[in-house]
Design a protein around this ligand. Structure first.
Ligand code: PAF
Length: 292
């Protein structure tokens, strides 16, 4: 049956306990549906939030163009067993920002919003994605903490596609003692390996052909993992350096919690621009003991 759409904190308070939350910015694809299917049995009431958060976009990024497909999203939520869609207004999420810019329906990203109390992502917010998008994770963590406070979920589910975001949300949850069970779900891919993303709609047909090079590079890196960190990076670079139309931003090997890579669980992370969108991907791999 169709999910109930709620827009206010008062309506959320009527939901009671046993809540699982899947936070999204809408433009739902099969990756989001997997998060919902994972979350469905974890609680009594499954809430999906749909909110395009202006504060995680910097000026000049794609806030205005970000795909908005609310009616189709509701249908997908219904199929995935979502009970409640929380679709707040910007005013609900950032009342203080709007007070300081009363004539605007949407505050300019990180304009007046900066005057609010925000969540500082710490040093992990400055590497990888944070190096290219220095204000991004402050915007993400601030809005996720607000969603946690409004929805008060027992469990919240995020995709591993945005791996650094997932690690930061776990760290915030621990550091601020929020007590939520934060769970990650594996990336969902198209048949040719391209990680699903709402931003894939920006790719032209030619760029769509080029975009699977990111995952091909990660797979090549993971296949070389027995040879150690240098072999992983050399193998991944060999693929990405050959790829046409792919403008590499970073290709980095890190530990599972995004520190320096050590033997055992590791993550190889990539970001590259393919035409308009900046695409992200990452893969788990296991590094051998030192000296191998
Ligand atoms: O991953 C996303 O879609 C967003 O960053 C999130 C977690 C919903 C916060 O706006």
């Amino acid at each position: 049956s169709a999910p109930t759409v709620v827009r206010t904190p008062a309506e959320l308070r009527e939901l009671g306990g046993g809540i699982s939350l899947v936070p999204t910015m809408g433009a739902l694809h099969d990756g989001h549906i997997q998060l919902m299917k994972h979350a469905r049995p974890l609680g009594q009431t499954l809430v999906a939030s749909i909110f395009v958060n202006p504060t995680q976009f910097a000026p000049g990024e794609d806030f205005e163009d970000y795909p908005r497909t609310f009616e189709a999203d509701l249908e997908r939520c219904a199929e995935a067993g979502v009970d409640v869609v929380f679709a707040p207004t910007v005013q609900t999420m950032f009342p203080q920002a709007l007070r300081s810019a009363p004539s605007r329906e949407v505050p300019p990203p990180l304009g007046p919003v900066q005057s609010e109390i925000t969540v500082d992502p710490g040093p992990l917010g400055t590497i990888l994605e944070g190096a290219s998008r220095p204000t991004h994770f402050r915007g993400v963590l601030t809005v996720v903490s607000k969603l946690f406070g409004l929805v008060r979920p027992d469990v919240a589910v995020f995709g591993e596609k945005d791996y650094q975001q997932l690690v930061l949300i776990r760290q915030m949850n621990d550091a601020l003692c929020l007590g939520i069970d934060v769970q990650g779900c594996p990336t969902v891919r198209d048949a040719d390996g391209l990680a699903m993303s709402s931003r894939n709609v920006y790719l032209t047909p030619e760029q769509r052909q080029q975009a699977p090079a990111l995952y091909a590079a990660l797979r090549a890196g993971a296949a070389a993992s027995a040879g150690g960190a240098d072999a992983v990076l050399a193998s991944a670079h060999a693929v990405i350096d050959q790829a046409s139309g792919v403008d590499l931003d970073y290709l980095e090997l890190r530990s599972a919690d995004l520190g320096e890579p050590t033997p055992g669980d590791a993550r190889l992370l990539i970001a590259a621009r393919v035409g308009k969108p900046r695409l992200l991907d990452n893969i788990h791999l296991t590094l051998p003991p030192e000296g191998n």
